[in-house]
Ligand binder design. Structure first.
Ligand code: FAD
Length: 353
């Protein structure tokens, strides 16, 4: 029997752990329940791009992404100060290559082929130019997850792995407890952060979107920027690994790599950066993005007064992690006057599930 914490977080991915770490800063006692091992879901499978511009986010989602991207350096610094370990954060810039010249001369982000070759000499011949976003970048999401869990534990978050949450115990408009594989648990407040599996516990319209990925190893570390081509993004890590992603498939939770998935990733990537064809393949994997209607994450309020939700981050959960942790924490604290909460208030009150 554990003492009832102030907040029980369900789900130990980047959203659950980042928010738990933020909550303890304000003196809350927090327990995270994870049915597997923390950080093995989408947060492990991701490419780690921090790419609000390359992803062509629009409107409020772009604002959310740009704000979160600007929070990254300080957020990473805090995690690295607690753990003493690097998270592989790298503001390396992202190129979106074009295969035909833009009709109207392009925006100020457009660079022609000769300008691009100075920065990325490895580009294939079919690239005539591209959009260059110097402020987009990447983080090594696996290192980040390992370090977030370490940081959260060392700041007093209690993390219980191998605990499956199976249901909510509801009385009127409040949760009075949750059922788990290890018995019933209670808390003052609850946070649902269960990614692509969220529909098992609440009637949210979150569906899995599978992504297949693979990685190469380049001992010469030639590529130093992310290349975000149609049908394939190429993400070089500082240690020589190159991550290649990703398919987007509506196949439920069907596991496994497919020949067609790998073939399309390889041919799209090699067309843009031909030398990849000579590299050895390191590993392959897949994961499930939590897709929500209109790609809008479920953030904040639910119809139960002591249940907050943070799910549906789809393709941008690594990018949106710092701002999600901030928004959900301030929401749970009841600090609705916080400037960032005010800015994104409409997103926070949309999810009345
Ligand atoms: C192939 C791929 C590439 C991606 N690339 C990028 C990228 O480049 N940049 C970017 O920003 N984002 C990217 N994403 C998206 C990003 O990974 C996700 O949006 C983000 O990881 C979601 O985090 P989460 O914590 O909500 O979910 P998850 O990391 O999936 O964590 C949810 C956790 O909840 C646990 N859980 C579920 N149900 C229960 C239950 N009933 N009881 C207990 N525990 C439970 C699960 O075991 C899991 O550990 C990518 C995703 C994929 C799949």
């Amino acid at each position: 029997m554990i003492m009832a914490p102030d907040v029980l977080v369900v789900g130990g991915g980047i959203i659950g752990i980042a928010t738990a770490l933020e909550l303890v800063k304000f003196g809350y006692s927090v327990t995270v329940l994870e049915r597997d091992k923390c950080g093995q879901g989408a947060s492990w499978a991701a490419a780690g791009m921090l790419a609000p511009q390359a992803e062509q986010l629009q409107g409020e989602l772009l604002a959310l992404g740009i704000k979160s991207r600007s929070m990254y350096p300080q957020w990473i610094k805090e995690i690295q100060e607690i753990t003493g370990l690097s998270c592989g954060y790298w503001c390396c810039g992202i190129l979106v290559p074009c295969f035909t010249p833009p009709s109207n001369g392009g925006s100020s982000d457009y660079h022609d082929r000769s300008q691009l070759l100075q920065r990325i000499p490895e580009l294939g011949e079919k690239v005539v130019g591209g959009m260059w976003y110097p402020d987009d970048g990447q983080v090594d999401n696996r290192q980040l997850m390992t370090n977030l869990v370490l940081a959260a534990r060392s700041r007093g978050v209690k993390i219980m792995e191998g605990v499956n949450v199976t249901g909510f115990d509801i009385k009127n408009d409040r949760l009075v407890g949750i059922s788990t594989s290890q018995g019933a648990l209670q808390a003052g407040h609850y946070l649902l952060a269960t990614g692509a599996w969220s529909r098992e516990l609440l009637p949210v319209q979150v569906q899995p979107r599978k992504g297949q990925m693979l990685s190469f190893y380049d001992p010469d570390r030639r590529l130093k920027q992310v290349v975000y081509a149609p049908g394939a993004y190429i993400v070089p890590r500082q240690n020589g690994t190159i991550v290649l992603g990703a398919t987007v498939e509506d196949v439920g939770f069907l596991p496994g790599m497919t020949a067609g998935g790998v073939a399309s990733l390889l041919s799209n990537a090699i067309g843009v950066v031909p030398y990849l064809a000579d590299l050895s393949i390191q590993s392959t994997w897949w994961g499930f993005r939590p897709h929500a209607p209109a790609e809008l994450p479920y953030l904040g309020q639910t119809k139960y007064t002591n249940l907050t939700i943070g799910t549906g981050h789809y393709r941008n959960g690594i990018l949106w992690a710092p701002i999600t942790a901030h928004l959900l924490t301030q929401w749970i604290l009841g600090n609705h006057q916080d400037p960032i909460v005010s800015q994104f208030r409409s997103l926070l009150t949309m999810a009345m599930v």
